[in-house]
Design a binder for this molecule. Sequence first.
Ligand code: 4AD
Ligand code: MG
Length: 464
Amino acid sequence: MERNFIRDILENFEQYDGREVVLGGWIRSLRDSKAFAFMDLNDGSSFTGVQIVLERSRLPEYDAIVRYQVGAAVVVRGEVLLTPDAKQPLEIHAASVQLEGTGGADYPLQKKRHSVEFLRQIAYLRPRTNLFSAVFRVRSETAYAVHQFFHDRGFVYVHTPIITASDCEGAGETFRITTLDVNNPPRTQQGEVDWSRDFFGIGANLTVSGQLEGETFAQAFGKIYTFGPTFRAENSNTTRHAAEFWMIEPEIAFADLSDDMALAWDMVQYIIRHILQRCPAEIAFLNQFVDKTLQARLEALAYSTFQQVTYTQAVELLEKSERTFQYPIAWGRDLQTEHERYLTEEVFRGPVFVTDYPREIKSFYMRLNDDKKTVSAMDLLVPGVGEIIGGSQREERLDVLLARMQECGLDAEDYAWYVNLRRWGSTRHAGFGLGFERMVMYLTGVSNIRDVIPYPRTAGSAPY
Ligand code: 4AD
Ligand code: MG
């Protein structure tokens, strides 16, 4: 069916004056006032729908049409009429309305406000609501902005594997992949599961990060990024952790931690500007109904410079705060959500990079600083969400890397390919991982990660 799209009509309304159009969409509401009726139709192409004017005198099936119910799918043919004095720039006077799929009194999305908890239970319908229409369009535009940002700067997009035998973060939070009979797996003489007889001939899992493979490509292309799904079996039931989430991981050669932070900030600002420009209706809606500070916050960030603090300074700030934290802070302990919130919301009142964490709480691949106590790491913390980016300069010195791997209990043999990268043409290099969902949370003001993922997977829950 040849059809027009509401977005195109609204964006070029002057050209559409008096023209006949065909729209396919879903009825959001229908009000009958005997001689006329008004239908709010949304076709998904834009956040806002259009008003369809139905006239009894013009439509032989008028009485049938006004009984169509909310949620019904219809095809409307009609004329565009500009309405310069109304809120909407135009309306459409229907010449015919064809029913394609009925709605119903039992349709769960009747015109009223629903809780996000309720909508989560009908995840297959929630994209038809204003909230999720806004969130998922922002999500789509954010992905597009990410690709555009890196391509415009000459980065090569690398598809790192989803199935891998390594555990990049070394946290043991991987999902095992196996075709062995779980009730009766083959065993070695020592009684352990014999992974050599598994599908891949080795114990395999879903990736927690594409970084290690990404590093190898950065040592060939100079600057690369990955953008794909990652998986973590963290058994933490929080509003910021998902078992399946997407990560953007650039890696740059001949670069150090300050280059890394500059890149991260550039990217974040680019994404914010893109969303402000491309999703004004969505942001206006989210600003009104989800987070009243959203628009001003994003606009302020779009061109601001970044703030930065070392972990050691951050700990001092927390100690000085005279706050009682649930998890007391001391040098050497990881920052908890309450600490991150205090720093971003009370001290810096905006995003802040925290750098140079103690080696004991960070991964093996991070470059050891000269003080031997800290590593060249950075996390970008933002108000409301906490950590959205984790990155570092990588350890490029073979001997230091081997010592660190041993310290972290990793067998260098298992990572021979990664280690070998330090033997031939090893360069200073750095990279980071942006949690895509956390970025979308920050861009929309939505406070639960389950509400920015079409079909969220979290501990204890994987419906659909
Ligand atoms: O800080 P993380 O663990 O860093 C890495 O994985 C590095 N290999 C990245 C790199 O340097 N290339 O994770 C990066 C980001 C976090 O800052 C967070 O935004 C997000 O990924 N993240 C999660 N998002 C949702 N659910 C989870 N369970 C997440 N775990 C991490
Ligand atoms: Mg991290």
